[in-house]
Write a protein that binds this ligand. Structure first.
Ligand code: FE2
Ligand code: FE2
Length: 261
C-alpha cells in the first residue's frame, strides 16, 4: 500500500471530519481483501445507479407535464452516467465487465420496486437518491483515489434529484388524503433506501474502516441519513415507521437507531 499525504476533508451537510492517511491508485497497490471489498462496493453502487435509471425510466408515463418529463429525463441520463463511471472504474481494476454483471443482476433479481405514480416517484427520489448521496459521501475522501475523483460530481447531481423529489412530496402532502398515501410510500421507500447502507456492525464494516474505504459503521451513516430527512418530513406532516416495520420490510437497522421526529 502507498501512503499519501494527510489531507483534511470537509464533507458537507451533517457530515464528519476525517483524515486521509492512505492513498491507493492502482490494483498493484492493493491486497486481495482490499480489492474484493472495493469491487463489491463498486458493484453495489453500479447496481443502484442502473436500478434507479431503469425504475425512473419505467415511471416516465406517470410524469404529468413536458417540463417535468424533461427534468426526470435529465435525471435518468445522469444515473446512467453515474453507472458508466462505475463501469469504467471497475474495468480500470481489471475486475471484469460491470455493465454485464449489473444487467444480469437486474434481470435476475428485478430492479428496486416499480413506481406506480408521480407522487411515488417523488418519494423514491427523495429517499433513494438521498441515501445514495449519504453512501457516496463516505467515499468522498476514501483511500482509493480514483473513486474520490468522481464522487463530487455525482453527489451534486444526486442532490438535484432528491430536491426534485422533496418538492413533489411537499406539493402532494398539502392534501390530507394524498398525505396518507405519501406516508405509505414513504414507509416502503425508507426500507428500500436504508438497505443500501448494508447491515450495521459487521466485520466487513470494520475492515472497510481500517483500510480507509469507509470512515464509519453503516449504523452511523444510517442515523445521519434519517436525521437529514426530518425537516422535509415535518413540512409534509409525515412520520417514521417503527424499526419493527422496517424489519418486516426486510431492512435490519441498528438497535439504537433513533427514529423520533
Ligand atoms: Fe446516481
Ligand atoms: Fe439519483
Amino acid at each position: 500500500m502507498g501512503f499519501g499525504p494527510t489531507v483534511g476533508n470537509n464533507t458537507g451537510e451533517g457530515q464528519h471530519q476525517m483524515t486521509k492517511t492512505r492513498t491507493v491508485r492502482t490494483r498493484t497497490e492493493m491486497d486481495q481483501r482490499y480489492f474484493d471489498l472495493l469491487t463489491q462496493l463498486l458493484r453495489s453502487q453500479g447496481y443502484r445507479e442502473l436500478a434507479a435509471a431503469t425504475v425512473f425510466a419505467n415511471a416516465l408515463l406517470h410524469v404529468p407535464t413536458a417540463p417535468h418529463k424533461e427534468q426526470v429525463g435529465q435525471h435518468i441520463l445522469e444515473e446512467i452516467e453515474h453507472f458508466g463511471v462505475c463501469c469504467k472504474l471497475y474495468a480500470s481494476l481489471d475486475a471484469g465487465d460491470l455493465d454485464a454483471w449489473c444487467n444480469n443482476h437486474l434481470s435476475e433479481h428485478g430492479p428496486i420496486p416499480p413506481l406506480g405514480s408521480f407522487m411515488e416517484l417523488g418519494v423514491a427520489q427523495f429517499l433513494y437518491d438521498r441515501a445514495s448521496g449519504f453512501q457516496l459521501r463516505e467515499y468522498e475522501n476514501c483511500s482509493f483515489d480514483p473513486y474520490c475523483q468522481v464522487v463530487g460530481k455525482i453527489l451534486e447531481e444526486e442532490e438535484g434529484h432528491e430536491n426534485f423529489g422533496a418538492e413533489i412530496m411537499i406539493e402532494h402532502c398539502r392534501d390530507p388524503k394524498q398525505r396518507v398515501e405519501t406516508q405509505r410510500y414513504f414507509n416502503k421507500w425508507l426500507a428500500v433506501s436504508m438497505r443500501s447502507f448494508g447491515r450495521p456492525g459487521t466485520a466487513g464494516n470494520l475492515y472497510a474502516i481500517s483500510v480507509g474505504l469507509k470512515t464509519r459503521d453503516s449504523a452511523a451513516v444510517a442515523q445521519d441519513y434519517v436525521d437529514s430527512l426530518k425537516s422535509v418530513m415535518r413540512v409534509c406532516g409525515l412520520n417514521f415507521p417503527s424499526r419493527a416495520c422496517l424489519m418486516t420490510a426486510g431492512t435490519e437497522t441498528a438497535h439504537d437507531l433513533d427514529l423520533s421526529l
